[in-house]
Design a protein around this ligand. Structure first.
Ligand code: SMO
Length: 762
């Protein structure tokens, strides 16, 4: 393909709107007379709900209704597909409360103040039950059960090769338990919904990655026709996976609006968001990695336990993790088992990377431990085991078919950009001097899987004025789809980007859509736009050929964006000429008439596997335990690059979130299941001031699976950066005999590790 639009830096069409306060978010949508919604949430982690006393609240000023499970009678929400047994979720809680923050009632009042005051006066009568905090408690003999009928807290279990001795033939086996701590997604825009009933149904505004799912689920639970529910996701302030879910709060507000015949508006507060939005990660892995003396990896065995929180809606996550366990290495034998376990905490769901970061972080830890054990440089050990560039497509031991890659080159590039040899020299110097501030160098190599849900709808239409309109079923929440898709259509059609309008996230304007998650939008949604644009061009060539009395195969898009004739520079027609000819008068024969548009839903025959190598350099103060991230060098490959600026934005955001997991963020519960991190002063989300200026390198190994050659980039940097930073901190502490630490590597945790090691060695 000779499309000149590839690799071109195009500034984001969206940014002037976002940067000048003209973004339109759900909070700015307030239909006249809308009631304000406030949820009453359980303050007890586990208990029998014996009643909800709404009388006092109901008679307070401005209160229109206080609704409980009995009033709403919504159907239970099912767990993830593979889960069998009684793990359904009543909405809201009816007989049992299972986590702090679980909705038990909904207050609707004329003002937000009145609704909040009334919510304070709703009393949930709860008879406490023993609380299950963390997976060890959930799996213990005689553990309190969240779902007594299930007889177990294990909602879903799976395994492969678990009985086989996959480590047979190893000279060395290293074992490490890696904890991937529970994270709170914390998007800039919290959850929300506005529902406006009208004669024929409902209009809904919601910050969502999946507005079409919101439509179908609201329609289903309220017994409405899908067409009667019009859902709009306006500008969405961050998603990270947690907005790819239809929340109980959404369904309750829709039901309330229907029942009361009035518009309802709900906006989650920042603190509420810490128990409202689904959490992420929360996996513990027991990893065993076997190798021969020369470093050749023989086998891998991983036991995955996932803390699903109260409802196992995310039980598919450890399955994704298991599929990516062997990573970018030639590991001939892999055994795993996985258990998804319920506990009295916020449900766990997809969070940027959704199962892949956990696989990569565990493996990259184990490889470093192995390198330490064998006394081999960690980059060298990786080189010895990577899949070679001539081995693609490569089928991994877990059956994933990696499309394209060049892992050796990613390692070489990061080694070069980092100045690895001189970093090691500097580290030696500091060690020799016994500096207070020791240097740590960490590398990670990763491959991840992207492009889930391999079909997407798009339409491209040319108006009589020659402008183009694109309709896409993807739903951006900050990525820059409007820019990317306009760039693609412009590249195919020759119509200037300024004359291309992109419509998305509106169920009345777009016929259907899957949404945005799993780094799918460019490769699946963009490919769809590309195909639709190509089809429109094909039709336009027929029309232009007729108009200019030439053969259709001679019609080309000219450099100035017209439809011209190859070899005849003076002959051309404009897109406006062509488009208007198709709709007015009788200038064209019948078969060429009709609106100049095309739509489709092409299918991608496989997933794509972006990869990269990250290198982190940290400075660790061995007296205080403070870690300062000095450098983060990221070399990422996402196939052919459409717009380097959009890629850079995705990488920077992903790095920030991955580093946050390594060093700062963690959801903490006390022994009663009360969250101790329920706002941004206790949950340590980093700001730009905690992060270095990122350094980047780029590789491009186009995928053959779509015409753009594109793989996903939305989640990659999150996958690669966490293990690089953790490895760097452990590397700094290796002279103390520290071989492993779990994130977040707070000063306290690092300080304790140093002191424990000193005590051991004393
Ligand atoms: S965590 Mo993503 O929206 O698959």
């Amino acid at each position: 393909m000779t499309n000149p639009i590839f690799g071109r830096v195009v500034r984001r069409i969206e940014d002037p709107r976002f940067l000048t306060g003209r973004g339109r978010y759900v909070e700015t949508v307030r239909p006249k007379g809308a009631l304000r919604a406030v949820f009453v949430r359980s303050i007890i982690a586990h208990g029998r709900l014996e009643g909800v006393d709404v009388d006092a609240a109901s008679s307070m000023p401005g209160v229109v209704a206080v609704l409980t499970a009995a009033d709403l009678s919504l159907p239970d929400r099912p767990p993830a597909d593979d889960v069998e047994g009684p793990f359904d979720r009543p909405v809201p809680a009816s007989r049992t409360v299972r986590y702090v923050g679980e909705p038990v009632a909904l207050v609707l009042a004329e003002t937000l103040g009145q609704a909040s005051d009334a919510a304070e006066n709703v009393v949930a009568h709860v008879e406490p039950l023993d609380v299950v905090v963390g997976v060890d408690a959930a799996l213990a003999d005689g553990a309190s059960l969240l779902f007594a009928d299930a007889g177990t807290n294990v909602a879903y279990a799976f395994e492969s090769g678990w009985e086989e001795d996959v480590l047979d033939g190893s000279d060395v086996v290293v074992r490490v338990r890696v904890e991937h701590q529970r994270l709170a997604p914390s998007p800039m825009e919290t959850n929300a919904i506005v529902v406006e009933p009208h004669d024929e149904g409902l209009k809904v505004w919601v910050p969502s990655q999946v507005p079409f799912d919101v439509r179908s689920e609201i329609a289903e639970v309220l017994g409405l026709d899908e067409k009667a529910v019009h859902v709009v996701a306006p500008d969405v302030g961050g998603g990270f996976g947690n907005k790819a879910y239809v929340y109980p709060e959404h369904l309750m507000c829709a039901a309330a609006a229907m029942r009361l015949g009035r518009a309802v508006a709900w906006q989650e507060t920042r603190s509420e968001s810490f128990v409202g939005l689904n959490h992420g990660r929360a996996q513990i892995h027991d990893v065993e990695l076997g190798a021969r003396r020369d470093g050749t990896i023989v086998g891998l065995r991983v036991d995955i336990v996932t803390d699903m929180g109260a409802y196992p809606i995310g039980a598919y996550l450890p399955v994704t993790t298991s599929s990516m366990l062997p990573g970018p290495y030639r590991i001939p034998r892999v055994a795993y088992r996985g258990r998804a376990v319920v506990t009295n905490a916020v449900p766990v769901w997809a969070y940027r990377g959704a199962g892949r970061p956990e696989a990569a972080a565990s493996l990259e830890r184990a490889i470093d431990v192995l390198a330490d054990e064998l006394g081999v440089d960690p980059i060298e050990l990786r080189h010895r085991n990577v899949i070679r560039r001539d081995q693609f497509p490569f089928t991994s031991a877990t059956g994933e078919v990696y499309d394209t890659g060049d892992y050796d080159r990613a390692l070489d590039e990061v080694t070069r950009l980092g100045g690895y040899a001189s970093l090691r020299q500097e580290q030696q110097d500091r060690r020799r001097r016994g500096d207070v501030r020791q240097l740590g160098i960490g590398v990670s190599l990763y491959v991840e899987v992207t492009g889930f849900s391999r079909k997407e709808y798009s339409a491209v239409e040319i108006a009589a004025d020659g402008s183009a309109t694109i309709r896409s079923g993807t739903s951006p929440h900050g990525q820059g789809h409007e820019t990317a898709f306009a760039q693609i259509a412009s590249g195919v059609l020759g119509i200037p980007i300024e004359r291309v309008r992109v419509i998305h996230s509106d169920t009345a304007e777009v016929q259907r859509g899957e949404g945005t998650y799993g780094s799918r939008s460019l490769q699946i949604g963009g490919t769809s736009v590309f195909r639709s644009a190509e089809q429109v061009l094909e039709r336009a060539r027929l029309v232009a050929a007729h108009m200019m009395e030439v053969a259709p195969e001679d019609v080309v898009v000219t450099t100035d964006g017209r439809l011209g004739v190859a070899g005849a520079p003076d002959a051309s027609v404009s897109w406006a000429d062509v488009a208007s000819a198709t709709v007015d008068g009788d200038r064209l024969p019948d078969h060429l008439r009709g609106e100049l548009s095309s739509s489709g839903r092409p299918y991608q025959r496989g997933h794509t596997y972006p990869f990269g190598a990250h290198l982190a350099v940290v400075d660790v103060d061995v007296e205080t335990g403070a870690v300062l991230l000095l450098r983060l060098i990221a070399v990422d490959d996402c196939g052919r690059i459409l717009n380097p600026l959009l890629v850079e934005g995705q990488v920077h955001g992903g790095l920030a979130q991955g580093i946050a997991q390594a060093l700062f963020e963690q959801v903490v519960y006390d022994e009663l299941g009360t969250p101790l991190t329920s706002n941004l002063s206790t949950y340590q989300m980093p700001a730009a001031s905690e992060l270095p200026s990122f350094e980047r390198g780029v590789l491009e190994t186009p995928t053959p699976l779509n015409p753009l050659g594109a793989k996903g980039i939305g989640e990659s940097a999150t996958v690669g950066s966490t293990p690089a930073v953790v490895n760097a901190v452990v590397d700094a502490l290796s002279p103390f005999g520290v071989r492993h630490l779990d994130p977040p590597l707070t000063p306290e945790r690092v300080w304790r590790a140093i002191h424990d090691a000193r005590d051991r060695n004393a």
